[in-house]
Design a protein around this ligand. Sequence first.
Ligand code: MN
Length: 427
Amino acid sequence: MKIDKQQIQEFNSQFLSEHESNFQFLTTQLDKRGLNVDKVVQKIADFQIAIPSWALGTGGTRFGRFPGGGEPATLEQKIEDVGLLHALNRSGGAISLHIPWDIPEDANAIRQLAFENDLIFDAVNSNTFQDQADQLQSYKFGSLCHTDQKVRQHAIDHNKEVIRHGVDLGSKSLTVWLSDGSNFPGQQNFKKALSRTLDSLSEIYASMPDDWKMFVEYKPFEPNFYSTVIPDWGTSHLLASKLGERAFCLVDLGHHLPNTNIEQIVATLMMEGKLGGFHFNDSKYSDDDLTVGSIKPYQLFLIFNELVDGMEDPQLNNPIPAWMIDASHNVKDPLEDLIQSIEAIKLAYAQALLVDRSKLEEARDKNDPVLTQEIFQDAFRTDLRPLLAESRKRAGAALNPIAFYRIYKIREQLIEERGVHSVATGL
Ligand SMILES: [Mn+2]
């Protein structure tokens, strides 16, 4: 199914007068602060977030999974779902694939389908955390870090194959997340495991085309519960630095121990020009993969404050990170959940754009923590939702994507078309 522009116009017309008055009220307030509202609206519209193919079905836990209906069963249907999302909010213009779950049979046809849905292919993701049905070498005790050279080579070759699929689709980056680690003290030689991982990554790095980037993701625990080979940003940075200038760290919000100061990590990595990838989600305890902004919206704002600071600082040359949502939807409709996540991301971004950086620096230089808090919380507590709606309106998207989704019964239509599938999803 497709959402046509006419439907969106019709829908928007019902909400237009209410939106116009909200937007006008906010514009008057922001003008007084000397903010260029048009510029901010444009920046919000330009901010595109990749959707991973595994976030379109219902997720689950090791205890169970409760799938909804009409979930995509094929790569074509996954692209169609991201296309629907993008038509609704014009903010998810890229899809991130996972190999081997999304191997295209005909790369040209898949490229064409993505083009028709106004999508590009973001980073491709390799999978060395589970054994495939016909796999001769097992990842039970690791992949790129494994003690057995044959297993390492198998994992290296898999990553090279992922790069080849990515090249066929026009992708420009590889994300490597390793589950490698150990469950018990003494099980693994930390130094040897890290050193073997570096050697394996070097071979993969060398096989990337010249215009490709590698993102090295870190995570402190799970599925291993004693140690992980790449547990933190420092180890990721060490590897990325040794690999070369096209290797970067990837920050996944859920991959930190509770209360970690993620905004400080972001600032440090951007200072070093090494923040390449960013995965959004939210959590209460660890890698909970909840809807972005559902638990800690103020932390998200603080992180965006550093992201905006890093992107706007002329002294830094960090590339614009590859943005992606990495979440799992266990009790919500995946598409509705993604709409909410995108809204939360853009809201935090807009709030961070509101911060007067010269006033903030002045207050910092004067060691005035009261004023710095006032500046932050003033931005955080200003309701900027009309700016987001305005950016959607200008981009031809729905003023209220969730309302459109429900009023036009998108999920019901997908169930009608696809039936009640029960597809396995990842992470
Ligand atoms: Mn991730």
